[in-house]
Design a protein around this ligand. Structure first.
Ligand code: ZN
Length: 104
């Protein structure tokens, strides 16, 4: 049984690798931007993923994948709803705390 922070660390590596793979396959993607359906920010296409018709930036992919892995969310729709309700901040805060704990 993996601890939550091991899962988070693993997800950070997986999601970062997706971004690097995208850039390797298509270096031009570094200059391509889109509006993320989750955070609403203008983000680089590299490392973005489309789920259930929503395109998420690499940062939101990390939140989504970590959320799935930890059983905090069951679908991207749930994540999008959480963002609208501002509940996402709790998950982000949680991730930050976990990252902080790793450094100590
Ligand atoms: Zn985003």
């Amino acid at each position: 049984m993996k601890s939550e922070h091991e899962i988070i660390e693993e997800m950070q590596q997986v999601v970062e690798q997706m971004r690097l793979d995208d850039l390797e396959d298509n270096p031009d993607i570094a200059e391509e931007y889109f509006d993320c359906d989750c955070c609403g920010e203008h983000k680089c296409l590299a490392g973005s993923i489309e789920y259930e018709g929503y395109r998420l930036c690499n940062d939101c992919v990390l939140i989504a994948e970590t959320g799935f892995a930890l059983g905090k969310i069951k679908s991207v729709q749930e994540l999008i709803d959480a963002v609208e309700d501002k509940n996402l901040e709790k998950l982000c805060e949680y991730l930050r705390q976990e990252q902080q704990r790793e450094k100590n």
